[in-house]
Ligand binder design. Structure first.
Ligand code: ZN
Ligand code: ZN
Length: 165
């Protein structure tokens, strides 16, 4: 049984993250614009793994018309300054999530609806350290992605699928 965790940021976290973003923009001599802040706010508040298109749609929902290129550039900027992580779940586009703290987590990706769940296991971290140490390998990053059907989709289509396989 896998404990599926969520890394949804704690309340009040958005203000802190926005403060860090503003400081990073100033440090890179980039203007702090309403558009950039609105894009960052959507990502920080969601706690989800959002594509640039999803961020655009949510911006439109709250009355911001922002070009897709601006959305994508701002999300990439958040990654560059260490406030977001970029994921490629082999969907043909990237997804972004807020980066809070150094804790590593891995992903369960539903190939039917594209939903992403997260899990964190210390025993996996220990195993990884053991493997790396045996190989004399210095690990910089890990990407563990489990592809399949989430419980809901599995209940809907899994039976049919299993009959075929
Ligand atoms: Zn994640
Ligand atoms: Zn699913």
């Amino acid at each position: 049984m896998v404990d599926v965790v969520t890394t949804r940021p704690p309340l009040g976290c958005t203000a802190v993250m926005l403060g860090l973003f503003r400081a990073a923009l100033q440090e890179h001599q980039l203007p702090v614009t309403q558009q950039r802040e609105a894009i960052a706010r959507i990502l920080f508040e969601s706690g989800e793994h959002l594509s640039a298109d999803e961020v655009s749609a949510r911006l439109a929902d709250v009355g911001h018309q922002v070009g897709k290129a601006t959305v994508y550039r701002t999300l990439s900027l958040l990654v560059r300054v260490g406030l977001a992580t970029e994921h490629d779940f082999d969907e043909g586009f990237k997804r972004f999530e807020t980066r809070i703290g150094p804790a590593h987590h891995d992903h369960l990706i539903c190939t039917s609806r594209g939903s992403v769940a997260e899990f964190q296991r210390e025993d996996l971290d220990r195993l990884q350290a053991e493997i790396a140490s045996h190989a004399g390998f210095h690990v910089l990053t890990r990407q563990l992605k489990l592809y399949g059907l989430c419980a809901e989709c599995d209940a809907e289509t899994g039976d049919a699928l299993r009959k075929v396989v």
